[in-house]
Design a protein around this ligand. Structure first.
Ligand code: PLP
Length: 360
Protein backbone atom coordinates (compact mmCIF):
# COMPACT_ATOMS: atom_id res chain seq x y z
CA UNK A 1 0.00 0.00 0.00
CA UNK A 2 1.16 3.55 -0.78
CA UNK A 3 1.98 5.80 2.18
CA UNK A 4 -0.88 8.09 3.17
CA UNK A 5 -0.55 11.85 3.04
CA UNK A 6 -0.96 12.25 6.77
CA UNK A 7 -2.25 15.56 8.18
CA UNK A 8 -2.46 14.31 11.77
CA UNK A 9 -1.89 16.86 14.55
CA UNK A 10 -0.03 14.26 16.61
CA UNK A 11 1.23 11.65 16.76
CA UNK A 12 2.13 12.98 13.35
CA UNK A 13 3.86 11.95 10.14
CA UNK A 14 7.60 11.31 10.30
CA UNK A 15 10.08 11.75 7.45
CA UNK A 16 9.99 8.65 5.27
CA UNK A 17 13.81 8.53 5.17
CA UNK A 18 13.85 8.25 8.97
CA UNK A 19 11.34 5.41 8.99
CA UNK A 20 13.31 3.56 6.32
CA UNK A 21 16.53 3.95 8.24
CA UNK A 22 14.89 2.73 11.44
CA UNK A 23 13.45 -0.23 9.54
CA UNK A 24 16.84 -1.13 8.08
CA UNK A 25 18.40 -1.00 11.55
CA UNK A 26 15.53 -2.71 13.35
CA UNK A 27 17.15 -6.11 13.89
CA UNK A 28 20.78 -5.09 14.02
CA UNK A 29 21.85 -1.59 14.96
CA UNK A 30 25.30 -0.85 13.48
CA UNK A 31 26.57 -4.41 13.83
CA UNK A 32 25.62 -4.66 17.50
CA UNK A 33 23.35 -7.64 16.81
CA UNK A 34 20.57 -5.86 18.71
CA UNK A 35 17.60 -3.67 18.05
CA UNK A 36 17.87 -0.29 19.78
CA UNK A 37 14.78 -1.38 21.73
CA UNK A 38 16.74 -4.26 23.26
CA UNK A 39 19.80 -2.31 24.37
CA UNK A 40 20.78 -1.44 27.90
CA UNK A 41 20.32 2.29 28.33
CA UNK A 42 23.66 2.33 30.14
CA UNK A 43 25.56 0.37 27.48
CA UNK A 44 28.03 2.18 25.23
CA UNK A 45 25.86 1.72 22.13
CA UNK A 46 22.80 3.47 23.52
CA UNK A 47 24.90 6.06 25.36
CA UNK A 48 26.38 7.03 21.97
CA UNK A 49 22.88 7.28 20.44
CA UNK A 50 21.66 9.56 23.24
CA UNK A 51 24.79 11.70 23.16
CA UNK A 52 24.52 12.18 19.38
CA UNK A 53 20.82 13.08 19.68
CA UNK A 54 21.58 15.74 22.27
CA UNK A 55 24.55 17.11 20.32
CA UNK A 56 22.52 17.35 17.10
CA UNK A 57 19.61 19.04 18.87
CA UNK A 58 22.03 21.51 20.45
CA UNK A 59 23.51 22.24 17.04
CA UNK A 60 20.11 22.66 15.33
CA UNK A 61 18.77 25.09 17.93
CA UNK A 62 22.18 26.61 18.79
CA UNK A 63 21.45 25.88 22.45
CA UNK A 64 23.84 27.86 24.70
CA UNK A 65 26.14 25.89 27.03
CA UNK A 66 24.34 27.11 30.15
CA UNK A 67 21.17 25.22 29.21
CA UNK A 68 20.45 21.59 30.01
CA UNK A 69 18.66 19.35 27.54
CA UNK A 70 16.48 16.78 29.30
CA UNK A 71 14.83 13.75 27.71
CA UNK A 72 11.78 13.09 29.88
CA UNK A 73 8.45 11.28 29.81
CA UNK A 74 4.89 12.22 30.75
CA UNK A 75 4.24 14.48 27.77
CA UNK A 76 3.97 18.24 27.69
CA UNK A 77 1.05 17.72 30.06
CA UNK A 78 3.29 16.63 32.93
CA UNK A 79 5.31 19.79 32.35
CA UNK A 80 2.18 21.80 33.14
CA UNK A 81 2.77 20.52 36.71
CA UNK A 82 6.55 20.26 36.83
CA UNK A 83 6.92 23.89 35.80
CA UNK A 84 5.24 25.39 38.89
CA UNK A 85 6.74 22.69 41.14
CA UNK A 86 10.26 23.57 40.03
CA UNK A 87 10.18 27.16 38.90
CA UNK A 88 8.08 28.97 41.50
CA UNK A 89 11.23 28.77 43.60
CA UNK A 90 9.54 30.10 46.73
CA UNK A 91 7.43 32.74 44.95
CA UNK A 92 3.64 32.64 45.12
CA UNK A 93 2.50 33.71 41.67
CA UNK A 94 3.18 33.16 37.98
CA UNK A 95 2.04 34.97 34.83
CA UNK A 96 0.23 33.04 32.09
CA UNK A 97 -0.93 34.10 28.63
CA UNK A 98 -4.24 32.52 27.66
CA UNK A 99 -4.39 31.69 23.97
CA UNK A 100 -6.60 28.60 23.78
CA UNK A 101 -6.97 24.93 24.66
CA UNK A 102 -3.35 24.19 25.60
CA UNK A 103 -2.76 27.40 27.51
CA UNK A 104 -5.98 26.66 29.40
CA UNK A 105 -4.65 23.29 30.53
CA UNK A 106 -1.33 24.78 31.61
CA UNK A 107 -3.20 27.44 33.62
CA UNK A 108 -5.47 24.88 35.26
CA UNK A 109 -2.54 22.85 36.59
CA UNK A 110 -0.57 25.89 37.75
CA UNK A 111 -3.57 27.02 39.81
CA UNK A 112 -3.12 24.08 42.15
CA UNK A 113 0.36 25.40 43.04
CA UNK A 114 0.16 29.17 42.98
CA UNK A 115 -1.74 32.29 42.17
CA UNK A 116 -2.04 32.46 38.40
CA UNK A 117 -2.19 35.90 36.82
CA UNK A 118 -3.78 35.66 33.39
CA UNK A 119 -1.82 38.59 32.02
CA UNK A 120 -3.36 38.49 28.55
CA UNK A 121 -6.15 36.50 26.96
CA UNK A 122 -7.57 36.04 23.48
CA UNK A 123 -10.83 34.68 24.83
CA UNK A 124 -12.71 37.85 23.79
CA UNK A 125 -12.31 36.77 20.16
CA UNK A 126 -12.63 33.04 20.58
CA UNK A 127 -8.86 32.55 20.66
CA UNK A 128 -8.31 33.61 17.06
CA UNK A 129 -5.28 35.82 17.68
CA UNK A 130 -2.09 36.19 19.70
CA UNK A 131 -2.40 39.05 22.24
CA UNK A 132 0.13 41.83 21.51
CA UNK A 133 2.93 42.30 23.98
CA UNK A 134 1.74 45.87 24.68
CA UNK A 135 -1.47 44.41 26.15
CA UNK A 136 0.26 42.01 28.54
CA UNK A 137 -0.07 43.11 32.14
CA UNK A 138 3.11 41.54 33.49
CA UNK A 139 3.95 41.37 37.19
CA UNK A 140 7.53 41.98 38.25
CA UNK A 141 7.12 39.65 41.25
CA UNK A 142 5.89 36.69 39.18
CA UNK A 143 8.15 33.63 39.29
CA UNK A 144 7.94 33.24 35.50
CA UNK A 145 5.83 34.02 32.43
CA UNK A 146 4.32 31.09 30.53
CA UNK A 147 2.96 31.13 26.98
CA UNK A 148 2.08 28.66 24.23
CA UNK A 149 4.08 29.41 21.09
CA UNK A 150 1.66 27.53 18.86
CA UNK A 151 -1.90 26.61 19.76
CA UNK A 152 -2.21 23.27 17.98
CA UNK A 153 -6.00 23.20 18.08
CA UNK A 154 -6.82 26.86 17.37
CA UNK A 155 -4.04 27.30 14.79
CA UNK A 156 -2.65 30.47 16.39
CA UNK A 157 1.12 30.97 16.45
CA UNK A 158 3.30 33.70 17.92
CA UNK A 159 5.51 35.05 15.14
CA UNK A 160 7.53 36.98 17.72
CA UNK A 161 9.26 36.26 21.03
CA UNK A 162 7.84 38.04 24.08
CA UNK A 163 10.14 40.19 26.19
CA UNK A 164 9.66 39.58 29.90
CA UNK A 165 12.73 41.38 31.22
CA UNK A 166 14.27 39.61 34.18
CA UNK A 167 11.32 37.29 34.71
CA UNK A 168 12.08 33.90 33.03
CA UNK A 169 10.05 33.19 29.91
CA UNK A 170 8.69 29.64 29.76
CA UNK A 171 7.37 28.29 26.48
CA UNK A 172 5.23 25.35 25.44
CA UNK A 173 6.72 24.73 21.99
CA UNK A 174 5.16 21.29 21.52
CA UNK A 175 3.79 21.88 18.05
CA UNK A 176 6.25 24.27 16.45
CA UNK A 177 9.66 23.39 17.89
CA UNK A 178 12.22 22.79 15.10
CA UNK A 179 9.97 24.47 12.51
CA UNK A 180 12.16 27.59 12.50
CA UNK A 181 15.30 28.94 14.19
CA UNK A 182 14.78 30.08 17.80
CA UNK A 183 16.94 32.27 20.03
CA UNK A 184 17.02 29.94 23.03
CA UNK A 185 18.82 32.53 25.17
CA UNK A 186 15.60 34.54 25.35
CA UNK A 187 13.93 31.73 27.29
CA UNK A 188 14.21 30.34 30.78
CA UNK A 189 12.79 27.08 29.55
CA UNK A 190 11.34 25.53 26.39
CA UNK A 191 9.47 22.23 26.41
CA UNK A 192 7.80 20.02 23.84
CA UNK A 193 6.14 16.64 23.59
CA UNK A 194 7.90 14.78 20.78
CA UNK A 195 4.93 13.45 18.84
CA UNK A 196 4.16 16.62 16.86
CA UNK A 197 7.37 17.70 15.21
CA UNK A 198 10.16 15.58 16.72
CA UNK A 199 9.50 11.84 16.89
CA UNK A 200 7.33 9.19 18.54
CA UNK A 201 5.04 9.81 21.51
CA UNK A 202 6.52 9.00 24.90
CA UNK A 203 9.43 11.43 24.79
CA UNK A 204 9.29 15.00 26.10
CA UNK A 205 12.12 17.43 25.53
CA UNK A 206 12.95 20.10 28.10
CA UNK A 207 15.56 22.78 27.47
CA UNK A 208 16.12 24.66 30.72
CA UNK A 209 18.59 27.31 31.88
CA UNK A 210 20.89 25.89 34.54
CA UNK A 211 20.34 28.58 37.15
CA UNK A 212 16.61 27.71 37.27
CA UNK A 213 17.26 24.07 38.19
CA UNK A 214 17.10 22.79 41.76
CA UNK A 215 15.17 25.74 43.21
CA UNK A 216 11.84 23.98 43.77
CA UNK A 217 10.44 24.81 47.20
CA UNK A 218 9.27 22.53 48.70
CA UNK A 219 11.67 20.21 46.89
CA UNK A 220 9.61 18.28 44.30
CA UNK A 221 9.41 14.48 44.45
CA UNK A 222 12.56 12.95 42.95
CA UNK A 223 11.14 12.09 39.52
CA UNK A 224 9.46 15.50 39.19
CA UNK A 225 12.59 17.49 39.99
CA UNK A 226 14.56 18.81 36.98
CA UNK A 227 17.65 18.53 39.17
CA UNK A 228 17.35 14.74 39.26
CA UNK A 229 17.33 14.47 35.49
CA UNK A 230 19.94 17.18 34.94
CA UNK A 231 22.39 15.51 37.32
CA UNK A 232 21.85 12.08 35.80
CA UNK A 233 22.02 12.95 32.09
CA UNK A 234 18.30 12.02 31.81
CA UNK A 235 19.20 8.49 32.95
CA UNK A 236 18.07 8.52 36.56
CA UNK A 237 15.63 5.82 35.50
CA UNK A 238 15.22 4.10 32.14
CA UNK A 239 14.61 6.81 29.55
CA UNK A 240 12.33 6.27 26.49
CA UNK A 241 15.23 4.79 24.54
CA UNK A 242 13.54 4.07 21.23
CA UNK A 243 11.93 7.51 21.16
CA UNK A 244 15.32 9.15 21.76
CA UNK A 245 16.81 7.06 18.93
CA UNK A 246 14.09 8.06 16.43
CA UNK A 247 14.29 11.71 17.53
CA UNK A 248 18.04 11.48 16.90
CA UNK A 249 17.41 10.23 13.36
CA UNK A 250 15.00 13.14 12.82
CA UNK A 251 17.66 15.61 14.02
CA UNK A 252 20.15 14.15 11.52
CA UNK A 253 17.50 14.38 8.79
CA UNK A 254 16.88 18.05 9.68
CA UNK A 255 20.60 18.80 9.45
CA UNK A 256 20.67 17.14 6.03
CA UNK A 257 17.75 19.35 4.89
CA UNK A 258 19.88 22.39 5.67
CA UNK A 259 18.88 22.98 9.30
CA UNK A 260 16.12 25.11 10.76
CA UNK A 261 16.54 28.14 8.48
CA UNK A 262 15.91 25.86 5.49
CA UNK A 263 12.97 24.22 7.27
CA UNK A 264 11.48 27.63 8.04
CA UNK A 265 11.66 28.64 4.39
CA UNK A 266 9.95 25.42 3.38
CA UNK A 267 7.30 25.76 6.11
CA UNK A 268 6.48 29.34 5.07
CA UNK A 269 6.05 28.19 1.48
CA UNK A 270 3.84 25.25 2.45
CA UNK A 271 1.59 27.31 4.71
CA UNK A 272 1.26 30.06 2.07
CA UNK A 273 -0.05 27.59 -0.52
CA UNK A 274 -2.87 26.64 1.84
CA UNK A 275 -3.68 30.09 3.29
CA UNK A 276 -3.56 31.80 -0.13
CA UNK A 277 -6.14 29.38 -1.37
CA UNK A 278 -8.30 29.71 1.77
CA UNK A 279 -8.25 33.51 1.49
CA UNK A 280 -9.65 33.62 -2.02
CA UNK A 281 -12.15 30.83 -1.45
CA UNK A 282 -15.78 31.63 -0.73
CA UNK A 283 -16.39 28.03 0.38
CA UNK A 284 -13.55 27.34 2.86
CA UNK A 285 -12.61 29.62 5.71
CA UNK A 286 -9.89 30.04 8.37
CA UNK A 287 -10.85 32.24 11.35
CA UNK A 288 -7.39 33.27 12.60
CA UNK A 289 -6.05 36.82 12.32
CA UNK A 290 -3.61 36.85 9.41
CA UNK A 291 -0.43 37.82 11.22
CA UNK A 292 -0.99 35.17 13.92
CA UNK A 293 -1.74 32.20 11.71
CA UNK A 294 0.08 28.98 12.46
CA UNK A 295 2.48 27.57 9.91
CA UNK A 296 2.00 24.14 11.47
CA UNK A 297 -1.72 23.66 12.13
CA UNK A 298 -4.28 25.10 9.72
CA UNK A 299 -7.90 24.78 10.87
CA UNK A 300 -10.58 25.50 8.31
CA UNK A 301 -14.32 25.11 7.93
CA UNK A 302 -16.57 24.34 4.99
CA UNK A 303 -19.39 26.75 4.20
CA UNK A 304 -21.82 23.94 4.90
CA UNK A 305 -20.86 21.62 7.78
CA UNK A 306 -23.16 18.96 6.39
CA UNK A 307 -20.56 18.38 3.70
CA UNK A 308 -17.77 17.61 6.23
CA UNK A 309 -18.17 13.85 6.01
CA UNK A 310 -18.20 13.89 2.21
CA UNK A 311 -15.09 16.07 2.19
CA UNK A 312 -13.24 13.66 4.48
CA UNK A 313 -14.37 10.66 2.46
CA UNK A 314 -13.13 12.18 -0.79
CA UNK A 315 -9.82 13.12 0.85
CA UNK A 316 -9.35 9.55 2.05
CA UNK A 317 -10.06 8.21 -1.44
CA UNK A 318 -7.17 10.44 -2.62
CA UNK A 319 -4.80 9.12 0.06
CA UNK A 320 -5.20 12.02 2.51
CA UNK A 321 -5.96 11.16 6.12
CA UNK A 322 -6.50 12.79 9.54
CA UNK A 323 -8.03 16.03 8.26
CA UNK A 324 -10.91 16.04 10.73
CA UNK A 325 -10.73 19.03 13.08
CA UNK A 326 -10.31 18.67 16.83
CA UNK A 327 -13.49 17.54 18.55
CA UNK A 328 -13.68 20.81 20.49
CA UNK A 329 -13.83 23.02 17.40
CA UNK A 330 -15.12 20.81 14.55
CA UNK A 331 -14.43 21.52 10.90
CA UNK A 332 -11.10 20.48 9.42
CA UNK A 333 -7.47 20.85 10.40
CA UNK A 334 -4.43 20.25 8.26
CA UNK A 335 -1.28 19.79 10.33
CA UNK A 336 1.70 20.41 8.11
CA UNK A 337 4.77 19.83 10.27
CA UNK A 338 8.33 19.44 8.97
CA UNK A 339 7.67 15.97 7.58
CA UNK A 340 4.82 17.16 5.33
CA UNK A 341 6.02 17.86 1.80
CA UNK A 342 5.03 20.81 -0.38
CA UNK A 343 3.56 18.25 -2.80
CA UNK A 344 1.34 16.92 0.00
CA UNK A 345 -0.06 20.39 0.66
CA UNK A 346 -0.57 21.00 -3.07
CA UNK A 347 -2.46 17.72 -3.37
CA UNK A 348 -4.77 18.91 -0.58
CA UNK A 349 -5.35 22.30 -2.21
CA UNK A 350 -6.05 20.71 -5.59
CA UNK A 351 -8.66 18.53 -3.92
CA UNK A 352 -10.18 21.54 -2.12
CA UNK A 353 -10.46 23.42 -5.42
CA UNK A 354 -12.22 20.48 -6.99
CA UNK A 355 -14.55 20.11 -4.02
CA UNK A 356 -15.40 23.80 -4.05
CA UNK A 357 -16.14 23.67 -7.77
CA UNK A 358 -18.52 20.76 -7.27
CA UNK A 359 -20.24 22.04 -4.13
CA UNK A 360 -19.66 25.80 -3.93
C1 PLP B 1 -0.09 18.09 22.13
C2 PLP B 1 0.18 19.28 22.95
C3 PLP B 1 0.31 19.21 24.35
C4 PLP B 1 0.09 17.91 25.12
O1 PLP B 1 1.09 17.03 24.84
P1 PLP B 1 1.12 15.56 25.52
O2 PLP B 1 2.43 15.06 25.04
O3 PLP B 1 -0.06 14.81 24.98
O4 PLP B 1 1.04 15.73 26.98
C5 PLP B 1 0.60 20.36 25.05
N1 PLP B 1 0.77 21.54 24.42
C6 PLP B 1 0.67 21.65 23.08
C7 PLP B 1 0.88 22.98 22.44
C8 PLP B 1 0.37 20.52 22.31
O5 PLP B 1 0.27 20.64 20.98
Amino acid sequence: MARAINFSAGPAALPEDVLKEAAAEMLDWHGSGQSVMEMSHRGKEFMSIAAAAEADLRELLAIPANYKVLFLQGGATLQFEMIPMNLLAGKTSADYVHTGEWAKKAIKEAKTFCQVNTVASAEDQKFTYAPAQADWKLNSDAAYVHYTANETIGGVEFQWVPNTGNVPLICDMSSNILSRPVDVSKYGMIYAGAQKNIGPAGLTIVIVREDLIGKGSPTPPTMLDYKTHAENESMYNTPPTYGIYIAGLVFKWLKKQGGLAAMEKRNIEKAAVLYDYLDQSSFFQNPVRKQDRSRMNVPFTLKNAELDEEFLKGAKARGMVQLKGHRSVGGMRASIYNAMSLEGVKTLVDYMKEFEKNHG
